[in-house]
Design a protein around this ligand. Structure first.
Ligand SMILES: O=C(O)CCC(=O)C(=O)O
Length: 252
C-alpha cells in the first residue's frame, strides 16, 4: 500500500474477485461503464477539437505514429480529462499491480485510421526481474468508441506480463499475429487496465469507423515520466488540482 496516496485523499474502490484474478493471471481486465454518456460525449468532442487544432503536431510531445491520430499531454489540454488519472477504480487496479508507490507516466490519445494502425507487439515497461515483479508500468485504455476486432481493438498476449525474457528473444517478427493473442474488446465507456509488461499493440482498423482511446499510463515512482508533468504544467491546470492529483502528477 502507498500511505501517501491515502493521506492525499485516495479512497480505494475494491474491484470484484474476477478483476483481481484477471489482473494477476492474464495481466489485464476490463472495467465496464466507467465513463457515463455525458462525459463520453465531452471526451469525444475534446478529442476531435484537439486533433483539428493541433493538426500535424498532434501527439508530438510523446511520439507520433503514421496511420494513427495521436494526442499527448492531455493533463494540460482540458478539464474534461481531470477525473481520469485520479479515478478510484483505476488507482485501485494500478495499486494492485504495482504494490509500490506510483505516479502518472503520461495521458495520451490514440486512434488508428481505417486500414492502418498495426503496431509491433511490445511491452510498455521492461520485463520484470521475476515472474512476480516488481512491475514498473501499468497502462489503461479508456475506450471512447466500441472496441471490436474489426475496428482495431488492441491485441494482447495473456500471461506475458510474467515473462522475464526480452520480447525480441522470444519473437522473430513482432508485426506478425501471435498465436495466443486476443483482442481487448468492450463497449464505449469501458476501461481496460493492463500490466505494462504485457505484450500488446495497436491493431489494424479494418472498419471505416474511429477507434478512439485515451492511454492513461502510470509508472513506479522512481521512473522518469514520459511527459514531465512539472515541465508541462500550465497555470490553469495547477489552479484546479487536488492534493491527490498533484501527488499522482508528481508536481510538488
Ligand atoms: O491503442 C492501442 O491499441 C495500443 C497502443 C499502444 O500500445 C501504444 O501506443 O504503445
Amino acid at each position: 500500500m502507498d500511505n501517501t496516496l491515502l493521506d492525499k485523499g485516495f479512497t480505494p474502490q475494491p474491484l470484484n474477485a474476477t478483476h483481481y484474478r484477471e489482473l494477476d493471471d492474464n495481466g489485464f481486465t476490463i472495467l465496464e461503464n466507467v465513463i457515463d454518456t455525458a462525459w463520453l460525449h465531452q471526451l469525444r468532442e475534446r478529442f476531435e477539437d484537439l486533433v483539428k487544432s493541433e493538426g500535424e503536431r498532434g501527439g508530438i510531445e510523446a511520439g507520433q505514429m503514421k496511420g494513427v491520430r495521436r494526442l499527448a499531454d492531455l493533463v494540460n489540454k482540458g478539464e474534461v480529462f481531470d477525473d481520469i488519472y485520479v479515478h478510484p477504480s483505476l488507482l485501485t487496479a494500478a495499486l494492485h499491480i504495482f504494490q509500490q508507490p506510483f505516479k502518472l507516466g503520461s495521458l495520451n490519445g490514440h486512434d488508428p485510421l481505417p486500414n492502418d494502425g498495426l503496431q509491433v507487439l511490445h511491452g510498455d515497461g521492461p520485463p520484470p526481474a521475476t515472474p512476480d515483479g516488481p512491475f514498473t508500468v501499468v497502462n489503461s485504455m479508456w475506450m471512447l468508441d466500441d472496441f471490436t476486432r474489426e475496428n482495431g481493438a488492441t491485441r494482447i498476449v495473456p500471461g506475458t506480463h510474467r515473462k522475464t525474457e526480452n520480447i525480441d528473444d522470444c519473437i522473430d517478427d513482432r508485426m506478425a499475429d501471435h498465436p495466443k493473442q486476443i483482442h481487448l474488446e468492450g463497449p464505449a465507456g469501458s476501461v481496460a487496465v493492463f500490466n505494462g509488461s504485457i505484450w500488446h499493440g495497436s491493431y489494424i482498423n479494418r472498419s471505416s469507423r474511429p477507434r478512439r482511446t485515451l492511454h492513461c499510463a502510470f509508472f513506479s515512482r522512481e521512473r522518469k515520466q514520459q511527459t514531465d508533468q512539472r515541465a508541462h504544467l500550465r497555470p490553469e491546470t495547477a489552479d484546479r488540482l487536488s492534493p491527490l492529483a498533484r501527488y499522482i502528477l508528481d508536481v510538488d
